[in-house]
Every structure is written in C-alpha cells, then in structure tokens.
Design a protein around this ligand. Structure first.
Ligand code: PLP
Length: 399
C-alpha cells in the first residue's frame, strides 16, 4: 500500500514557487540573482490597513469567526461588487477564504466528480489544472495564444464544450499574459455559454485593479443572465499588496456558498480574523494609492516591453493589465548558451539564464504554453534595467 495518495500523484508542485525557491537558494549561496519570478506587488500594504489590523488585535478580535467570513467583511465585499462591478450580490452570496486560491480550491473540490470537464484557456495560471486534477476532474485546454492576444475566442470555447463540461475558468487581466477581455469580448463568450446551461463560470478577477488600458469588465456584469452560474472571484492580494495576509473572496450562487462553507468547515475553518478586519479597511477605505501604483507599473511595463523587443529572437506584446509580460522566445530555441547549455526549450532557457546570468523568470510551459517565458515587472526600475541588460547579453551569447 502506497503511503502517499493517488490524488497527490496527479498534481505537480507550483512551478512559480519552485523557481522563486531556487533563486532564493542561489542568493543565500552568495550569488547575485534578480528574481522576476514571483507574483506579488513590490509595494507595501497601505498604512490604514495595517492600522486596522493592529486595532483588531488590540480589541481582542482574535477568536474564531464565521466560516464564510465576518459579516462586516461580507458587507464590504457586497458593496465592492456593487460599486466596482455593478453586481447586486446579497451578503449571503459572498464568501471569504484564505486567499483567492482557496476560493478556487473550495469551488472545484465542492463540485467536481470524475468525468467532469473544466475548460481552461492556455496559457493559464499554474494552479487551475492542478486543482482540477486534485478534485478528480479533467482539465480541457483551450487555445488562447498570441495570435488572439492571449484571449479565448467564442469559436474555440464552443469547440471545447461537451455535455461533461461543468466549468469554464476565465482570468482577466491574466496571469501570465496580462491580457484582459473587453465587455464586447466577454459578451461574445457569454453568448456561447448561454447555449450550454450546464456550464458554470469561475472568473478570476484578482488583477482587476491593475488594469491600465480599457475598462475592466467581468462576465456576470456583461451578461446578467449568467449571474446564477458564475463565481466572481477577487481578493486583496494584488489590489492592496496584501499577498501574505491571505484573503480572497467571491460572489457565488447560494447553494455553492453553502457547499464551500461545508468543505471549509472541515479544512481551515475560516480566514485569519485579523486579516479579515484588515480587509474590511481595505475594501471600505480609500483607493487613491492605486493611481500611483498603476502609473509606476505602466512605466515599468513599457520599459520592459521595449527592452525585450530590442532583443533579436524575443517577441513581446504590450499587455493591458496585471504585472507580467509573456514574450515568445521561439526565435532563440535550438541554440547553445555561452556557458555551454543546449537551449532546446523554454525550460532550458530559464534554467540557463538563472545559472549563467542570475535572472529568475518562469518558463512558459509552466503555464501550458511552451516557447515563452513570464517576467514579473513588480520590481524596481534599477532591478529591471539590470535584468534587461543581463537577458540581452545572455541572448546575444546564444550560438
Ligand atoms: N489567481 C491568479 C490569477 C493569481 O495570479 C493568483 C496569485 O498569484 C491567485 C489567484 C491567488 O491569489 P491569493 O494570493 O489571493 O491566493
């Protein structure tokens, strides 16, 4: 009898966490490494949010809370959905979990049985397929590559839906591509979904506040008829630089809220009480700091895109959101690095770049799309300039 479960054998450790760990180890060993592999804003959590957490501790708000989240936070979530997304979400239709990741985990674990299919556009955020597999479902990958601006088309979606499709996962702005859907594009996808009433939508809007071009839109807002089968996921991790506080939330149909609460009651119970109170301050408080953050991200994005496109063999689109670029390096594969590494695929490229040039990126195949890498530009301009020089020199040395 094997000690480790068969379910665990179906999944891989998170590759983004893996590369970041390797970069950290190299740094600890004294190597000069610029890590552009992590998915978190480099800004600090705003002071008013920290103050709210300290006040919560002082007031003794340090005990168990409701499974679904404290009422004050659920009210703030409901108000946020109305204010930002024009969604009428009852407080009972909101749910708070330990990060956006746990919302996804809860929703998929609570609904998937063997044989159930989940349509996932490629490239995808690394955890989607693994959570589907852990839950016993089958990921069905849909093409959303650079030819369509890294976006799923209605035709591709239609072609992937079967009678076994239970979910479509959307993520806009996207990790890893930074692509974002317009209202018209979401409307066209919604028209397909209206023909398939068994399909639910999990829309991961965690990068909503980091939209630089166009207006952010979410599918239940664009097509209200889908509201009853949509999970609209969001969180404070990226919007308020609160990755470590572990708070994610969603709007979802009541039966699913109840199912997620049942599941969570047997796992983490609820998100940290202190983080929940901090998140009340985040959602109800001012957002003026975001303009400065967005300006800074745009400046860094534009510099990085220009720097990468100046490298022969690298081809980079300018993404409208999040803090990643996802360039193609197809033109560099099949060469040998100055250090003697054969660069057959994108994983060879990022490994050789880390070893020889001290820049940590994530290979595109981790996101389901080989021949690319993901660079997170949530780093200082000084680090980005140095990284661009190192990447350019490394690429120039490929023979
Ligand atoms: N969804 C996407 C697309 C992400 O990039 C991330 C984090 O990197 C998450 C969800 C998870 O967010 P959280 O830290 O709130 O669990």
């Amino acid at each position: 009898m094997a000690f480790l479960s068969e379910a665990l054998g179906r999944i891989n450790p998170s590759p983004t966490v893996g590369i970041t760990q390797k970069a950290r180890e190299l740094k600890q060993a004294g190597r000069d490494v610029i890590a552009l592999s992590a998915g978190e804003p480099d800004f600090d959590t705003p002071q008013h949010i920290k103050d709210a957490a300290i006040a919560a501790i002082q007031a003794g708000k340090t005990k168990y809370t409701n499974i679904e989240g404290i009422v004050e936070l659920r009210e703030a979530v409901s108000a946020k959905f109305k204010r930002d997304n024009n969604l009428d979400v009852a407080v009972q239709e909101t749910f708070v979990a330990t990060g956006g990741k746990q919302v996804i985990f809860n929703a998929l674990m609570a609904t998937l049985d063997p044989g159930d299919e989940v349509v996932i556009p490629v490239p995808y955020w690394v955890s989607y397929p693994d959570i589907v597999l852990l839950a016993g479902g089958t990921p069905i990958f849909a093409r959303a590559d650079a030819t369509t601006g890294f976006k799923l088309t209605p035709e591709e979606l239609e072609g992937r839906i079967t009678t076994s499709t239970k979910w479509l996962i959307l993520n806009s702005p996207s990790n890893p591509s930074g692509a974002a859907y317009s209202s018209a594009e979401l409307k066209a996808l919604a028209e397909v979904l209206m023909r398939h009433p068994q399909v639910h939508v999990l829309t991961d809007d965690i990068y909503e506040k980091l939209t630089y071009e166009g207006t952010f839109a979410t599918i239940a807002e664009v097509e209200p008829a889908l509201y009853g089968r949509t999970v609209t996921l969001n969180g404070v991790s990226k919007s308020h630089a609160m990755t470590g506080w572990r708070i994610g939330y969603c709007a979802a149909p009541l039966p699913l809220i109840k199912a997620m609460a049942k599941l969570q009651s047997q796992s983490t119970t609820h998100a940290s009480s202190i983080s929940q109170w901090a998140s009340v301050a985040a959602l109800n408080g001012p957002e003026d700091f975001l303009d400065g953050w967005r300006r800074s991200f745009i400046e860094r994005r534009d510099r990085v895109v220009a720097g990468l496109n100046a490298i022969d063999g690298v081809d980079c689109l300018t993404p409208p959101g999040a803090f990643y670029v996802f360039p193609s390096i197809e033109g560099l594969l099949g060469r040998t690095s100055a250090g003697g590494s054969r660069i057959v695929d994108d994983e060879d490229f990022v490994m050789a770049l880390l070893e020889e040039a001290g820049v940590a990126l994530v290979h595109g195949s981790a996101f389901g799309l080989p021949g690319h890498f993901r660079l997170s530009y949530a780093a200082s301009m000084v680090e980005l300039e140095a990284a661009l020089t190192r990447i350019a020199d490394f690429c120039a040395g490929l023979k």
